[in-house]
Design a protein around this ligand. Structure first.
Ligand SMILES: C[S@@+](CC[C@H](N)C(=O)[O-])C[C@H]1O[C@@H](n2cnc3c(N)ncnc32)[C@H](O)[C@@H]1O
Length: 320
């Protein structure tokens, strides 16, 4: 399925005059319009007239995405230190939670994971605090900016900083680029493709609807194919309960919770699980590599891509 995107308007602004230059620079990097003063009375009505309007606002606390309009959700931002991420870290069920079981966290083994649809990094953060090294790929530039902002702010928290700096590495491009160049290859690739939310009530669903307007649906079947070729152990796809498997490709097994199902495609036999036989993989080398859980070098991305990659990962420079 090709990427389909709602036409949206995103304007960068700031709540604080001392941050004008920073916001202007961000607008330039993201190739978006800039409005100097977010609170100026004339600005919001003018932007609101345009359907599906958003503001990407640099505040003194964080970067946040605000949808305009009466039924819009609250601001969307990434926060690894407090809120739902902190709650899940403390009370989320540890290694027994379905996501951890689907990834294959058992015994003393902590697989190297590529989260190929990182979004706001919530699932990746779970895997990182449980002990995995996680590469996060996010190709939408606005979502990537929100994620990077959250990762950067987390470095100021003494408890969360080691998780983020030692176990999470961000890649602001299409994950398929990384699948072609990561060395060592990820043992597990995790996919959580955007799916139309069905309930209209919860704030998180509203949030998802907003993000969906920005990122649209993508070529998920193709992403699954590439992942099946690259992952040395398994590919895990998050689906809503009751939904068909991605690309109608039957998983090796599934782990279900109330609202979510994790479809697991075993690409290399590690225990009694049978590797998948029924899904098409991309052509090319599928040689496997065992046991190396270090974060890989993300080489092989050349020229402009390399320059942008380095710029995006400046917060983690000392790790590269
Ligand atoms: C449903 S969201 C993921 C939410 C995420 N699991 C979380 O916990 O916050 C899906 C994201 O995948 C991204 N995406 C889709 N295809 C991608 C690809 N080929 N490479 C990188 N990112 C991709 C979209 O831009 C979107 O932000």
């Amino acid at each position: 399925m090709a990427t389909t995107k709602t036409i949206t308007t995103i304007t960068v602004s700031t709540t604080d005059p001392t941050l004008h230059e920073h916001a202007r620079q961000l607008a330039k990097t993201l190739n978006l319009p800039f409005e100097k003063d977010v609170d100026r009375e004339s600005v919001i009505p003018r932007i609101e007239r345009e359907k599906n309007s958003f503001l990407l606002v640099v505040t003194t606390q964080r970067l946040e995405l605000r949808q305009l309009g009466k039924t819009a959700p609250g601001p969307i931002y990434t926060d690894f230190v407090s809120g739902s991420n902190a709650h899940r870290r403390q009370y989320g069920g540890g290694r027994g939670q379905p996501l951890a079981r689907a990834i294959g966290l058992k015994g003393g083994h902590y697989p190297l994971v590529l989260d190929a649809t990182a979004g706001l990094g919530r699932d990746a953060f779970v895997l990182a605090y449980l002990g995995c090294n996680v590469l996060l790929a996010e190709r939408n530039r606005v979502v990537a900016a929100l994620l990077e902002d959250g990762l950067q702010r987390a470095l100021n928290d003494p408890e969360v900083a080691p998780i983020v700096s030692q176990r999470m590495r961000f890649f602001g491009h299409d994950a398929r680029l990384l699948m072609r160049s990561a060395e060592p290859r990820p043992e597990v690739i995790y996919l959580d493709p955007m799916y139309p939310p069905r309930s209209k009530s919860a704030q998180v669903k509203k949030e998802m609807r907003s993000l969906q307007q920005i990122v649209g649906h993508s070529d998920d079947d193709d992403l699954l194919k590439a992942a099946l070729t690259c992952a040395t152990r398994r590919v895990v796809v998050k689906r809503p309960s009751g939904a068909d498997p991605l690309g109608e490709c039957k998983p090796t097994f599934a782990i279900s919770s109330k609202k979510t199902r994790y479809d697991v495609y075993v690409t290399q036999e590690i225990s009694t699980e049978e590797p998948i036989k029924n899904c098409e993989r991309e052509t090319g080398s599928a040689a496997t590599q065992d046991g190396d859980t270090a974060l890989p070098r993300v080489g092989g991305v050349e020229g402009e891509e390399q320059r942008r990659y380095i710029a995006r990962t400046r917060a983690f420079k000392r790790l590269l």
